[in-house]
Design a protein around this ligand. Structure first.
Ligand code: NAD
Length: 462
């Protein structure tokens, strides 16, 4: 696979200071497909200096011109859909259809939404005898994971550009090729030199150097709660802004009046997409005791249909981790009705689509984020019991409620401690704020709420 052997800093590809590299693997073949440089603190310093140098001019660029650059970025990405699809498939392992329909299409839609928002957002507001200006926060350090490699980059970079911020991106070590492709698109879109910079590298070195850099004004992080907690602590100590998009353990609540077959099929599909590597996946399926056995049978049947079309997990470590959770589920007394810990293929980091029945809310598999294709079907006795179970984890990122009518589902959803709820199969909305309650994070991404994360206010009194 094509790879740059340098960092994109100050509008050009330049060699890394050190000689360390990261090997990029294809999770289907387990073969090395490319190497990229593993940047260190000096590379981060150079990137932050470039971002700082470009800040004043970019912040002063009229919003309409910033919008034009973001529109050009959207078009540059749209022109490379085939390349994005192939790259995400190569380094993440996602099946090509899913790569094209989700990994390529979603970020293009999000970039388009910020081209429009940059042009229409009210950066100035009159409040009584004051005029309040929304100004860019400054230099953004963006640290992204591998599970939606392009989407998570665009969900940070597009609003930061719209706000007038400049950016240093440190993408996940498993998916740096998608990030390099994105940097090429930024370059092609005519974004001025230094406004966007890319440093590839490993988390505890390049990521940490960026998160702790005194020249960074806002750290925007998506990834595990463990790393997010450290980044939040460092940002707090430095009194700097931080946005954290962390893990989830979302509930798919099927009320007794729901269309059970539809709710179960959608719930299983939601988890199997991207091989369960989705922070907002509805990994806990909550079913009333009167329909429990029927739901378990439907879920097992649905999961089996994914056996031949599910992609692998991203790497061997994740596969070991997910299999460990499946083994733990069995050890704690949950009943396997589909899949299991055994390797379904000789090669590749595959895990079988797995469904557990007889899962109790306290079990490890019902509490911790597994990040694999594993659904836990949990029984509830009445609505209060369902709510207690739905809200009974440290997370609160997403969820779903199914009922005979929307009003009944909405009444339940309003009592859930979570940032997003899909009502009776409601579609994903790239303009709706996305983010977590409780330990699922701090702040919101997407749409106008996502743009506001990159702004600070200045009030002028008259
Ligand atoms: P991670 O949190 O370790 O990595 C995410 C990003 O943070 C990567 O770019 C990584 O290089 C960087 N990073 C790692 N250590 C860092 C540090 N000390 N300072 C600064 N940056 C650092 O996540 P992971 O190892 O890729 O995945 C582990 C688990 O995290 C998964 O199993 C899953 O539960 C969760 N996860 C959640 C999301 C999400 O969208 N919420 C995404 C990916 C992973």
């Amino acid at each position: 696979m094509k790879a740059h052997d340098g960092m994109y800093i100050g509008g050009a590809w330049r060699p890394a200071v050190g000689t360390d590299t990261i090997a990029v693997l294809d999770p289907v073949s387990e073969q090395v497909i490319a190497h990229v440089p593993a940047g260190g603190a000096e590379d981060v310093d150079a990137a932050v200096a470039a971002a700082r140098g470009a800040l004043t001019a970019w912040a002063a660029t009229p919003p309409a011109e910033r919008a034009a650059r973001i529109a050009a970025l959207r078009d540059a990405l749209a022109a490379r859909v085939d390349e994005i699809t192939a790259t995400v498939t190569a380094e993440l392992g996602a099946p090509p259809r899913f790569s094209r329909a989700v990994h390529a299409a979603l970020p293009i839609a999000v970039a388009g939404s910020y081209a429009e928002l940059a042009a229409s957002y009210p950066f100035e507001e009159k409040i009584g005898n004051s005029v309040v200006h929304a100004e860019p926060v400054g230099v953004v350090g963006a640290i992204t994971p591998w599970n939606y490699p392009l989407h998570q980059i665009v969900a940070k970079v597009a609003p930061a550009l719209a706000a007038g911020c400049t950016i240093v991106l440190k993408p996940a070590e498993d998916t740096p090729l998608t990030a390099q492709l994105f940097a090429e698109a930024v370059h092609g879109a005519g974004v001025p030199a230094g406004v966007f910079n890319l440093v590839t590298g490993v988390g505890p070195v390049a990521g940490q150097a960026l998160a702790e850099h005194p020249g960074v004004d806002l750290v925007s992080f998506t990834g595990s709660t463990a790393v997010g907690r450290r980044i939040g602590a460092a940002a707090g100590a430095a009194v700097k802004r931080v946005a954290l998009e962390l893990g989830g353990k979302s509930a798919n609540v099927i009320l007794p009046s729901a269309d059970l077959a539809r709710a179960v099929a959608a719930g299983v599909a939601n988890v199997m997409g991207n091989s369960g590597q989705t922070c907002s996946a509805w990994t806990r399926m909550l079913v009333h005791t009167s329909r429990y056995d029927e739901a378990v049978a439907l879920a097992a049947e649905a999961a089996a249909t994914y056996a031949d079309r599910i992609g692998p997990l991203v790497n061997a470590g994740q596969r070991t981790r997910v299999r460990g959770y499946i083994e733990k589920g069995v050890a704690q007394g949950a009943r396997l009705v589909a899949g299991g810990p055994e390797a379904p293929r000789e090669r590749g980091y595959f895990v079988s689509p797995t469904v557990f029945a007889d899962v109790t809310p306290e079990m490890t598999i019902a509490q911790e984020e597994i990040f694999g294709p594993v659904v836990s079907v949990i029984r509830y006795e009445d609505e209060d019991d369902a709510l207690r179970i739905a809200n009974g984890t440290v997370y609160g990122l997403a969820g779903a409620v199914w009922a005979g009518d929307d009003a009944e589902a909405v009444a339940f959803a309003r009592r859930m401690d979570t940032g997003q709820v899909d009502i009776n199969g409601g579609r994903f909305n790239p303009l709706a704020p996305f983010g977590g309650y409780k330990q699922s994070g701090v702040g919101r991404e997407l749409g106008a709420h996502g743009l506001a994360e990159y702004l600070q206010t200045k009030s002028l009194q008259f």
